[in-house]
Design a protein around this ligand. Structure first.
Ligand SMILES: Nc1ncnc2c1ncn2[C@@H]1O[C@H](COP(=O)(O)OP(=O)(O)OP(=O)(O)O)[C@@H](O)[C@H]1O
Length: 451
């Protein structure tokens, strides 16, 4: 990295409106930074090319050009300068466009100075050399090196530097909440609270008071003033888990809070400014909920600025042995036990198992196995894995052969599952055993609902 850490960081402000430029300059100077400014795109590009700029803040709308030109110049020219764009209020499309073009973050007008400071701190933090970052602890939040988890972790690192809302998707138990916590821990907000809310677990009539708080006497039983989740997360991150479960009425209120960055407690006349980063998650398809009219489109766009997908455990089979061992070490430690080994057939069974409940299911399986094993070694019986075909009637019980198609499907499914079992879910080998092509096996598995 070209910049030195000993010198005062230098920020370039690009804006053609003198008022806003001055406000930004003053704020940055007060933070002890050096500031230079440019009034137009050509001026900005020239200054950037001369080097020595550690951060660039640009307005989106600039007389004869746009902030996007600045972002593109920086990225296409390989300049090592984080850039953030100030966009007009409510123009989310612009925000998405600038992030895609490679901006590190965006700020919507009117610019909140607190947010500006957070953004600047976080951008300059980026430039610390890796050696000064805390070393990875032994208990890594995510175990695994498969391409699927590696891609998610790389994105988490990037997202941690931004303030943009994040929408985390993934099956149940795939690590969505853990990912949200990691984004927070790695962000400039890490010294402020991380508040996790399970939107599906709050009774509808309590939602408003839980989210926004209440004043004393706001309703029967409100015998003292209380903050809601939004205020509790002020300066930090608000994690909305199972966000698809928010009732429509609450969606409207939440949207307002996100847009205006203010909350009003129940029974209060005043609005309180808040600064929270929203990270949300759901195992449902939120776009489908929008289509079905169960989720507001405007809120969906607000939340889904950047999407992070957490892979299912079966998409990272090569990581299963390492994750299983990591979990065993932790579980044995928690229970004050010596860590037992996993027998080779137990490990093989885990690697070929489908894990509909993902890492959480693996945790449960291992916890049970710890209790059942002889203390030294976990065998395949201790795992008590549900076989993939548990739900199927055994061949002998199939008995009736009509309708013919159902009967043939059952026979076909049995044969495929057996081949998959034998090959530890290696579909290429299973196809060979079955004497069909890989494509044909894939098609048959899909048709018969085998994951
Ligand atoms: N790659 C991984 N390595 C180690 N532990 C993991 C990994 N992925 C997930 N976990 C663990 O799996 C468990 C489930 O994770 P988490 O609660 O974050 O899932 P989730 O997707 O939020 O689940 P739900 O959809 O049910 O809310 C946690 O204990 C988490 O620490």
């Amino acid at each position: 990295m070209s910049r030195k850490n000993t010198k005062t960081p230098r920020v370039l402000v690009v804006d053609d409106e003198p008022d806003l430029r001055e406000l930004l300059e003053l704020t940055l100077l007060k933070m002890g930074l050096e500031v230079e400014s440019a009034e137009s795109v050509p001026q900005a590009l020239q200054r950037l090319d001369r080097g020595g700029i550690d951060l660039c803040l640009t307005d989106m709308r600039l007389g004869q050009g746009s902030g996007l030109d600045v972002v593109r110049h920086i990225n296409e020219g390989g300049l090592d300068v984080p850039v953030a764009v100030i966009t007009a209020f409510g123009s989310l499309d612009n925000a998405v466009e600038v992030l895609k073009a490679g901006a590190f973050d965006y700020l919507a007008k009117p610019v909140s100075l607190e947010q500006l400071r957070t953004l600047v701190r976080s951008a300059l933090e980026l430039e610390r050399p890796p050696a000064s970052r805390p070393a990875d602890s032994a208990d890594k939040p995510f175990i695994g090196e498969s391409p699927a988890i590696a891609a998610a972790l790389t994105l988490i690192d990037k997202l941690a530097r931004s303030q943009a809302p994040v929408y985390i998707t993934g099956e149940s138990g795939s690590g969505k909440e853990r990912a949200a916590r990691l984004i927070h821990q790695k962000s400039s907000r890490s010294d402020k609270p991380f508040v996790a809310v399970n939107c599906g677990a709050i009774p509808e009539n309590l939602m408003e008071s839980e989210f926004f708080g209440y004043k004393k006497g706001a309703f029967t039983g409100a015998d003292q003033e209380r903050d809601g989740f939004c205020q509790a997360a002020d300066g930090g991150t608000l994690f909305l888990d199972e966000v698809a479960d928010l009732p429509l009425a609450m969606q409207v209120k939440l949207l307002r809070v996100i847009q205006e960055r203010r909350v009003r407690k129940l029974g209060d006349t005043r609005e309180i400014p808040i600064d929270v980063r929203i990270v949300c998650a759901t195992h449902q398809d939120l776009a489908k909920c929008v289509e079905a009219g169960r989720f507001r489109q405007d809120l969906y766009y607000r939340l889904n600025v950047i999407a992070l997908h957490m892979p299912a455990l079966r998409e990272m089979r090569e990581d299963i042995p390492a994750i299983a061992r990591g979990l065993l070490t932790r579980l044995a430690g928690l229970n004050g036990m010596t860590e037992p080994s996993l027998s080779p057939d137990a490990l093989a069974a885990l690697v070929s198992y489908d894990f509909p409940g993902n890492v959480r299911e693996l945790e449960n399986i291992l916890e049970r196995a710890l209790a059942l094993c002889d203390g030294r070694r976990i065998t395949v019986d201790d795992l008590q894995l549900k076989r993939l075909d548990d739900e199927m009637p055994p061949m002998a019980a199939i008995g009736d052969k009509y309708p013919l198609q159902d009967y043939l499907d059952r026979v076909e499914k049995e044969a495929i599952l057996e081949a998959l079992d034998k090959t530890r879910f290696n579909r290429t080998q299973a196809a060979k055993i079955l004497g069909v092509t890989f494509r044909s096996l894939r098609y048959r598995m899909e048709r018969l609902g085998i994951n």
